[in-house]
Design a protein around this ligand. Structure first.
Ligand SMILES: Nc1ncnc2c1ncn2[C@@H]1O[C@H](COP(=O)(O)OP(=O)(O)OP(=O)(O)O)[C@@H](O)[C@H]1O
Length: 369
């Protein structure tokens, strides 16, 4: 969970008047943005949406989270703590109290928040606002009643078996749509860099909302790589991301392929905690797919209730996404089309791919040869 400044040198102290004027104009731009947010919120309320966004006071967030009470805490990471809370009108929220960024100026923080605030899609976690008072830097989001996909596949909710095939397909398509929006429609385009089951949150209807976007570095439209690596979970990282310490949209596609296999099979990306190979789930699924034993990839918790054609579609696109060679992976727009069954031509191409001929072997590096 990281927020990255978009321009260099912003943290330098003011040295002359021109810098001061520059900051003042940025602050004015930020105020304008807040006004815009206000009017957007208003119009969204008029449309019946319950999602509103504003600047929160620390007092308000103290009151919402019972003074950041331990009982309200739902997570703790290297970048801060996550709290469940309730606003005065009963709306449930999640507050991320950042510790790492607490020394960042309000200006820097506001500039990053500006980007987060502008990214809206039905499959992205709704951002409600922020608070920057003194050393405190907090971000406020919609609360997702059904928590994370991880909780349902491997965590506290797993025994309830609430994810039937229909829900899994909807989660696959929804999360793909959210990431496609980040990659191709957000301005500037955003590489997520941390796609994993913990970052796919589920609302009351089990609709997927991609979370934690915008913490990674934002990319200009023309850029194709990032220059730093960020924290991710083992098994989701694209091979080139590990070695070159940079990320592209193709790295997200790779992680999404792993996520799709996890969603379909209920297996973890890397089964044994001591395992260091990143492609374990792909290797397992690939061997079965090559022998056309798609049914065996399905999560046993589904009790055999799934659509065979959809399962095959998800597995084929997942394996295509998690190809070792970045240039052979599809774009997220293509992934959405295939998952929705809108790209029959591409699907049959995938099905006939020489990868799935029985004589194909997987090298020790997990490379399909
Ligand atoms: N908006 C939300 N609604 C419901 N639960 C949430 C929300 N945001 C986060 N959570 C839950 O809170 C917990 C902590 O979230 P957080 O994003 O800090 O950590 P994480 O995703 O587990 O780890 P990381 O810091 O590696 O991304 C997770 O279990 C997550 O599912």
């Amino acid at each position: 969970m990281k927020i990255k400044s978009r321009s260099k040198g912003r943290r330098s102290p003011l040295k002359n008047q021109s810098q001061s004027m520059h900051l003042r104009s940025k602050f004015a731009r930020f105020l304008l943005w807040l006004v815009r947010c206000g009017s957007t919120s208003q119009s969204r309320r008029e449309e019946g949406s319950n999602s509103t966004r504003w600047v929160f006071s620390l007092k308000e967030l103290h009151s919402a989270t019972n003074s950041f009470n331990y009982d309200n805490q739902i997570g703790e990471g290297p970048f801060g703590s996550v709290y469940w809370g309730q606003l005065w009108d009963g709306t449930q929220i999640v507050v991320k109290r950042l510790k790492v960024l607490s020394n960042r100026s309000e200006e820097d923080f506001a500039a990053d928040v500006e980007v987060l605030g502008g990214v809206k899609h039905k499959n992205l976690l709704g951002f409600r606002g922020y608070c920057a008072e003194g050393q405190e830097r907090l971000l406020v989001y919609d609360y997702m009643q059904n928590l994370s996909l991880y909780a349902h596949l491997h965590g506290t909710h797993a025994p309830e078996r609430l994810l039937d095939w229909r829900r899994r397909m909807a989660i696959a398509i929804g999360s793909a749509q959210g990431i496609a929006y980040l990659h191709h429609h957000a301005t500037p385009h955003i590489i997520h860099t941390d796609i994993k089951a913990k970052n796919i949150l589920l609302d009351t209807n089990f609709e997927a909302h991609v979370a934690d976007f915008g913490f990674s570095r934002l990319i200009p439209d023309s850029a194709t790589h990032l220059t730093r690596a960020v924290k991710n979970a083992p098994g989701y990282l694209a091979p080139e991301y590990i070695t070159l310490e940079n990320a592209t949209k193709a790295c997200d596609v790779y992680s999404f392929g792993v996520l799709l296999l996890e969603l379909t099979s209920g297996r973890r990306p890397v089964e044994a905690p001591s395992e260091t190979k990143a492609s374990a789930i792909q290797e397992w699924a690939f061997s079965l797919a090559r022998e056309k034993r798609f049914d065996e990839i399905a999560d046993k918790n589904l009790g055999g209730k799934f659509s065979e054609s959809e399962l095959k579609r998800v597995v084929l696109v997942a394996l295509m996404c998690s190809r070792q060679e970045a240039e052979k992976r599809p774009t997220m727009i293509e992934v959405v089309a295939i998952l929705k069954g809108e790209s029959k031509e591409m699907l049959s191409k995938l099905d006939l791919d020489q990868l799935y001929r029985p004589e194909q072997k997987i090298s020790s590096q997990g490379e399909f040869s």
